[in-house]
Design a protein around this ligand. Sequence first.
Ligand SMILES: Cc1ncc(COP(=O)(O)O)c(C=O)c1O
Length: 446
Amino acid sequence: MPSAHITFDQTGDKIAGRIRKMRPSAVRSLFAAAVRPDIISLSGGMPDVSLLPEESIRDATRAAIEDERAVALQYGGTDGRLETRQVVCGLMRDLGVRCKPDEVMLTTGAQSALDLIAKTFIDPGDIVLAEGPTYLGALQAFSAYEPDVRCIPFDDEGMRMDLLEAELERIGKGNPRLKFCYVIPNFQNPGGVTMVPERRKRLLELSHEYGFMVVEDDPYGRLRYDGGHMIPLKALDARVVYLGTISKIFAPGLRTGWIVAPKDVLARINLAKQGTDLCGSSFDQIVVEHYFTDTPWERTLQRFLSVYRERRDAMLGALDEFFPPEARWTHPEGGLFVWVTLPDYVDTGSMLGAALDAGVTYVPGDSFYPDGVTGRNCMRINFSYETPENIVEAVRRLAKVIEERLELYRVFIAAGAIKAPEEAEASENATACANSDGSAPVDQSR
Ligand SMILES: Cc1ncc(COP(=O)(O)O)c(C=O)c1O
């Protein structure tokens, strides 16, 4: 006879300390809410794969199913399929980076590359430098290896080199604890800002002076809607460890990314990768290879660009129209995200419930900082996935929620319950999350 039984969490006390300390990704948690039909999601970073031509998918997949089935269904090498790495070399050449297939490793998306790099280079307590705010998936990947992540604020020209230098002076030259600087120079996630050429050059100079590696994460470099191409750090310095992915220019469902790095670095990462997955998906790699050789993928990319440009413009227009004057936001020339900064008395984490009730989601700003506190008055909003009409409606709903918060605080301030920020202070505080030292704010123009 079946008997009722109660299950206890019997492994709770067995969990490793590093996992205990890890925070779930706010984006992953919001995934469930985002599928509700009444919700317009500005929270994910999803490309609109409905823009991919069916024919291209069919042609690319046919090779894996028909012509190369035996290879596609088999284990492959740890570094990934040679022909696909050759295709990656071609994609890198377009960006101005010359590399050979033995300087390329295929990974399960750029996400697993982040994990492998952390696994290879970080001991507990090691110092990692990153922009602040930075990609939350990188923070998650790194956190398993327990580094001391130091965030360097950015402004609308990318990571602040004066603040980086100040941090490096505190760390000291040749400090063995200092491992690498992780940067997203193009259309940063979540900031949307791009690092200008002078700062790229300076970052590389500092990396030699202070002895740290540069990890350049570039999922958005080809998603440019205005302005000219920026030379990757990797094209300026062969020691840079470069991460690429097909996720935003093709499809994230085919989990394929890559690391371009000097051979000695890749040999170390290869060891780490063997224990992680033996090899990536041969099937995915074959599909990717054929997509970039047998289909008009550049024409498809142009379609992505024109659709995303229209959506970005819809978002920036709606922000101008509906958001309160106290709000500030970035004006990205590419990528998928706008970073919004509200007065520092607004907590976007606690505001999320009201936003969900109003039928809109975003990602609270504190998710993009390792301390989980900084950035509480900020939010990341995405423009790649929803139609322009939905984006405008979502921004209108969000503006209403924010306005209600501001009203509440205005009442508190009028009653003397909290202090009214001075006009000057207000603009400084409004960007405190990006400028913890009170440095120049992120793109203040509206
Ligand atoms: C900056 C950055 N790096 C890495 C990734 C992960 O990309 P992939 O889908 O290739 O794992 C993302 C995904 O959004 C990202 O924004």
